[in-house]
Design a protein. Structure first.
Ligand SMILES: [Ca+2]
Ligand SMILES: [Ca+2]
Length: 90
């Protein structure tokens, strides 16, 4: 993996296949490892939002995962200084 290892991680089903995937909030983006039922596929970076370059530091801002639009796919939720930011899974 080219980027630094995620600094906090969460679980959620980002592709609505019924299996929880691993989501890591790294210093340079959000990384996802899809579950295939037996193990996890290779980690890939899904977005560079919610990273350090956008001001998201672990010590100050909580980032988590939840399905905010009820489409069955886990979305990214970040609690920023001026509001709550959402990144919906495609
Ligand atoms: Ca999944
Ligand atoms: Ca969703």
């Amino acid at each position: 993996m080219a980027g630094r290892w995620p600094v906090c991680a969460d679980g959620g089903d980002v592709n609505s296949d019924g299996r929880d995937d691993l989501i890591g909030f790294g210093q340079d983006g959000v990384y996802v490892a899809l579950s295939n039922g037996a193990s996890f596929d290779a980690v890939s970076r899904w977005t560079n939002d919610f990273d350090l370059s956008h001001g998201w530091t672990v010590s100050q801002y909580v980032r988590t995962v939840g399905d905010v639009n009820a489409d069955g796919k886990a979305d990214l939720v970040g609690f920023g200084l001026d509001g709550v930011y959402i990144g919906t899974a495609k």
